[in-house]
Ligand binder design. Structure first.
Ligand code: SAH
Length: 339
């Protein structure tokens, strides 16, 4: 067992199971997540016998950083896992803080046609500890705190649901990494039953939906998941989610040249989202070597934006961070493994 797999309640249960007081879990959390110890020997306020027991029972192993690509306001990290698999995270320095994009799986089974990770298929789920320690190592490298987390790296978070929810509990915990739940966003390609489950999750976490098309005909071509959960079912689930949580939803929309970027698409999208408490994040596509989709022209992106705006849809164009470094989902991992 790895200690970073345990949320606070689970660690309290552990202490009770070894006949210790459960407040020790909070004490230990501070050492793990605030003081960021690398050995149990650094702990000064827990007695020796317990430390020895911890050493026996719970490993402190983290993922390890094998490569960092640095640009002005973005770092991309490649991590190695204990079974030699690789995952990646991207750190973006905004004026409002440090935002990290983390992976949730090794590879991905959703098979989106434009996505490098989808091309590679899923190897396995990440463990909670593998998600949490990505953050610990990046904070250490930055020598400052991460303030925002988006689960938008490699993988489909709702395909590894329980792990991702536990990850959120740990990073949000006041004794853990203290990342405010409103600063955490989970992005899904639209696994409808999990959207219903997520609306019951008692943390004020944001939800983003990778929509990328205004209708089934186009979405079916680029996102196979749409054949299982078509667009109208996603929209019904989102309306229910908003009713239940009162939170605004983000729709991500990558601009793919001649696929989903026409004026007709912009009009259809405006109609689809009319009256929904949401905003659209237009994402210029990051082209990737092995996939033939192209990024839309700037004037086309601007036109698309203007049409949404005119139709009273809140919309932003995502600021570009990582196109010089390999920042599109899965590119760094692919480069490493296909050498
Ligand atoms: N599986 C989840 C989260 C991981 S993908 C989801 O689908 O939302 C995170 C986002 O990056 C998704 O919106 C995905 O569609 C988008 N994406 C994937 N490859 C991309 C690329 N090459 N350029 C821009 N965005 C990309």
């Amino acid at each position: 067992m790895n200690i970073y797999d345990k949320n606070l309640e689970e660690l309290e249960e552990y202490f009770l199971s070894i006949n210790e007081k459960k407040f020790k879990a909070k004490q230990l959390y501070k050492w793990l997540y605030q003081k960021k110890i690398t050995s149990y020997d650094e702990i000064t306020d827990i007695k020796k016998e317990i430390i020895n027991k911890l050493k026996e029972d719970l490993s402190l192993e983290k993922v390890s950083i094998v490569k960092i690509e640095r640009d002005k306001d973005v770092n991309k990290y490649l991590f190695k896992l204990s079974d030699r698999e690789h995952i990646e995270a991207v750190l973006m320095k905004h004026d409002y803080g440090n935002s990290i994009c983390v992976s949730s799986e090794v590879g991905c089974n959703m098979g989106c046609k434009f996505c490098e990770s989808g091309r590679r298929k899923k190897v396995r789920n990440l463990r909670v500890s593998e998600m949490v320690t990505q953050l610990l190592l990046v904070e250490e490298d930055l020598k400052s705190k991460i303030s925002h987390v988006v689960v938008m790296g490699i993988g489909e978070p709702f395909d590894n649901y329980d792990v991702v929810m536990n990850f959120i509990k740990i990073i949000n915990n006041p004794y853990g990494l203290q990342i405010g739940s409103r600063h955490i966003t989970v992005s899904t390609c639209g696994i409808v039953p999990k959207i219903y489950e997520f609306m019951e999750f008692p943390y004020q976490v944001n939800l983003a939906i990778s929509l990328h098309a205004p209708n089934n005909q186009i979405r079916n071509q680029i996102m196979p998941i749409n054949k299982v959960y078509p667009i109208e079912e996603v929209i019904v689930a989102i309306k229910e989610y908003i009713k239940k949580t009162n939170r605004r939803v983000t729709f991500e929309y990558i601009m793919l040249k001649d696929i989903n970027d026409s004026i007709a698409c912009a009009l259809e999208l405006s109609k689809l989202l009319k009256g929904i408490n949401c905003y659209v994040n237009i994402i210029p596509y990051n082209e990737t070597e092995n996939i033939s989709f192209k990024r839309s022209e700037v004037f086309q992106i601007t036109k698309f934006y203007d049409i949404l705006k005119k139709n009273n849809i809140s919309v932003t164009i995502r600021r570009e961070f990582g196109s010089k470094i390999s920042a599109a989902c899965g590119q760094l991992r692919s480069k490493k493994e296909e050498l």
